[in-house]
Write a protein that binds this ligand. Sequence first.
Ligand code: RTP
Ligand code: MG
Length: 222
Amino acid sequence: MFRHFSTVAGRIRTASVSRAVSTFAARSTASTMSSKIASGSLMVAAVIQAFALNSETMLTSCESLPVYGKPGTNQERTFLAIKPDGVQRGLIGDIITRFEKRGYKLVGLKMVWPTEEMAKSHYADLKKKPFFPGLVKFFSSGPIVCMCWEGKDIIKQGRQMLGETQPLASKPGSIRGDFSIDLGRNICHGSDSPEAAEHELKMWFPEGANDWTKTVDSSVYE
Ligand code: RTP
Ligand code: MG
């Protein structure tokens, strides 16, 4: 459906731009400066059409990936979240920067205030744990930052960059090791497996992600 829409939109844009430019070109030929203006208009038309076609190509090339990407490739994806404590402490920028600087690609980003139902669903695998009610309450106590990150081995690397569940056991240099102390205030979440990434990305990004091309990838990947 999106492919159809973007293709149609691209064509409409191309067609209306051509029509406007050719109308302008036709009027111009009646004037004394006709040939110069007409050739200039044609050049403009060609540039605009090329841009419109390119936009169409970019849009239509964006829909082949599911939101959870392709595990095991450079297009593997994971769900990372900055929990309410990380947001309160002003760590959004620091956490995003670490992944950006490493070379990973951000393809989804939004702030969401989870309901208790959303928190329960997100942590459903822990529902029998004694700490589950407190975890749900805390996770839904304020907005979180939802992110979809893409790149080689991002699920495992993301977890390593976060650190251990227990901040006191996390190495300096990891996010939890650098920024947190208590288990229930460990500021960030990361999918722990491809199955979890698929489940969580479908849940938090039902609208899909942004399949943009990162031009510096040739300087990140060999
Ligand atoms: P997360 O899902 O939030 O990324 O954390 P995780 O995989 O490292 O750890 P997980 O076992 O999934 O636990 C989820 C969160 O629950 C809190 N927790 N409390 N009181 C306890 O024993 C306990 N154990 C875990 C932590 O905040 C943990 O991040
Ligand atoms: Mg977990």
